[in-house]
Write a protein that binds this ligand. Sequence first.
Ligand SMILES: CC(C)(COP(=O)(O)OP(=O)(O)OC[C@H]1O[C@@H](n2cnc3c(N)ncnc32)[C@H](O)[C@@H]1OP(=O)(O)O)[C@@H](O)C(=O)NCCC(=O)NCCS
Length: 174
Amino acid sequence: MQSEGWWNAPIAHAARFANRLLRSLTDMTVRPAEPSHRAELLRLRRALWPDCSEEMHAREMANYFTDGSGQTIFVVARPSGSLAGFAEFSVRDRVDGSFSNRVAYLEGWFVEADLRGSGWGRRLVEAGERWARAQGLTELASDTELDNVAGQRAHVALGFRETFRQVHFLKPLN
Ligand SMILES: CC(C)(COP(=O)(O)OP(=O)(O)OC[C@H]1O[C@@H](n2cnc3c(N)ncnc32)[C@H](O)[C@@H]1OP(=O)(O)O)[C@@H](O)C(=O)NCCC(=O)NCCS
């Protein structure tokens, strides 16, 4: 009896761990963001855009939660209520390389490191694609930084094709 117990214990422990992991993965959902997600969204936005000012985060998030803004956010919600990822979508009037005048745009896309590679990024983008199609839009555009090679590969895996590499400029007009 004793010998059966000592070597079974690590196996039972691993099985419990695998079960918990499976349960947490299957209990997670992709859903539209709600105002109650603001604090969690801000935490994830800070991780994706560490250089973005608090004022800009607040302004942009307020826009997403304004009715009729034409923008939306989908989130990956953990069973605990915390968020594990998000994707923000807007509609832009003109996108270089696009065929249509109004184009859905993936403005931000983030999944926490412990869940990457499990399909949550894809599910977030698919939710945005359904949202865009429902408005009659036929194209989805996006961008990543030049050195974000992993982000570029993930885009290509989801069916995006690279259009242009650009350097953006801005000049204040006083
Ligand atoms: C980009 C990101 C959101 C993808 O999320 P994810 O949950 O890992 O994505 P998925 O697991 O759904 O993978 C989607 C596809 O991309 C591919 N992919 C994801 N990461 C990849 C990588 N580093 N290299 C190559 N392909 C990758 C996957 O293989 C998958 O393709 P498949 O379904 O044909 O196998 C996530 O890696 C992330 O948050 N990165 C940091 C932020 C970032 O760079 N965002 C994008 C620019 S704003």
